[in-house]
Ligand binder design. Structure first.
Ligand code: FAD
Length: 304
């Protein structure tokens, strides 16, 4: 079994920043990434990134390319298409889809995954969560879209799509929006957009290149069916923590940590989105937490 000083799970900005700090503090690390490429959510960011000082990046891919050129990552040799599937809290044994390791420390930077709508399983007219309405809205020009969700991301997506789409329906499960009021004010001015309140998708039926959605709605006067070209679910995310049932969570699968990013047991750290919850998900926080976690690990090693 391979011995690893610091095993990092996840090759998004959090995991990569942790690897940079391991290099800087003289710790040896191994990074395993479930996907076939590094980057995590950076690969999905089509908007301009204005809040990771000091640079403004036109989109996530440019930030990722710059990050991958960092000198400390040139010797990293990440293991792609390898996911951590369990950690034994007592023996320090980490099992991945292809290997078993004995790790002195583990850093979980496994990020988040989008929540799915069971009623839409197998539907080919669902846009993936990676669909960027900033970069790709023009690709649905003249078409009818159903956006699902009532948060900031759903409303921002609907507003972006309405610039090109024929019509946008926003399906909201509750009787109010979770999004900031600035969004509802903006949407009220858009004539090709309608909100269907207290509405959920019950089932779907393919209709040539379109899809018929049967709706459950509590509101009188609202349609019980709509036909659209595309559906864009924006119903939030959950922390990628399913493989670590022994660790304490809060909210939708987010890993609980102390001020040094330690979970319990204290040799397992968590950082980035998997530990932050949706409200605080950000690039800058993931980068900062990586520094704190690795510095703390280095102190454990050098002053046991
Ligand atoms: C469209 C969009 C726009 C955004 N815009 C901004 C913005 O402008 N500014 C900002 O600050 N933030 C923005 N964010 C949020 C930001 O991208 C995230 O906060 C940040 O990327 C989180 O990084 P992370 O490393 O924690 O997780 P992720 O980037 O999610 O990376 C986690 C990685 O772990 C891997 N993984 C999962 N499970 C396992 C496992 N068991 N074993 C091994 N690997 C695993 C995943 O494949 C993934 O590569 C945006 C997000 C999106 C989706």
């Amino acid at each position: 079994m391979e011995h690893v000083q610091v095993l990092i799970a996840g090759g998004g900005i959090g995991g990569l920043s942790a690897a940079i700090w391991c290099h800087r503090l003289g710790l040896s690390c191994l990074l395993v990434e479930k996907a076939d490429q590094l980057g995590g959510q950076l690969l999905q960011i089509g908007n301009e990134i204005v809040d990771l000082p000091p640079r403004v990046y036109p989109h996530g891919s440019e930030l990722l390319e710059e990050l991958k050129r960092h000198p400390a990552l040139q010797t990293l040799d990440p293991r792609l298409e390898e996911a951590v599937i369990s950690i034994d809290p007592l023996s320090h044994i980490v099992t991945t889809t292809t290997n078993r390791y004995h790790a002195d420390f583990v850093i979980l930077a496994t990020g988040v995954s989008p929540n799915l709508i069971p009623a839409l399983a197998g539907c080919s007219r669902v846009l993936t969560t990676a669909f960027s309405t900033t970069a790709n809205a023009a690709s649905v020009a003249g078409q009818d879209i159903a956006v699902i969700g009532g948060g900031d991301r759903a409303l921002e997506s609907a507003a972006n799509l309405s610039k090109y789409a024929n019509h946008v329906d926003i399906l909201v499960r509750r009787d109010h929006l979770r999004a900031r009021s600035q969004w509802s004010e903006k949407l009220e001015k858009l004539s090709n957009l309608r909100i269907l309140w207290e509405t959920e998708i019950a089932s779907y039926e393919p209709r040539e290149e379109r899809v018929l959605l049967t709706l459950h709605t509590k509101r009188a006067g609202q349609p019980s069916e709509i036909t659209v070209d595309w559906i864009l679910p924006r119903i939030g995310v959950h922390g990628n923590s399913d493989s670590f049932p022994a660790l304490r969570t809060f909210g939708d699968g987010y890993l609980h940590t102390d001020e040094y990013q330690r979970t319990s047991p204290s040799w397992i750290y968590a950082l980035g989105d998997v530990s932050n919850g949706a409200s605080y998900a950000s690039l800058s926080l993931a980068v900062g937490q990586a520094m704190k976690a690795v510095k703390h690990i280095s102190q454990q090693i050098h002053q046991p």
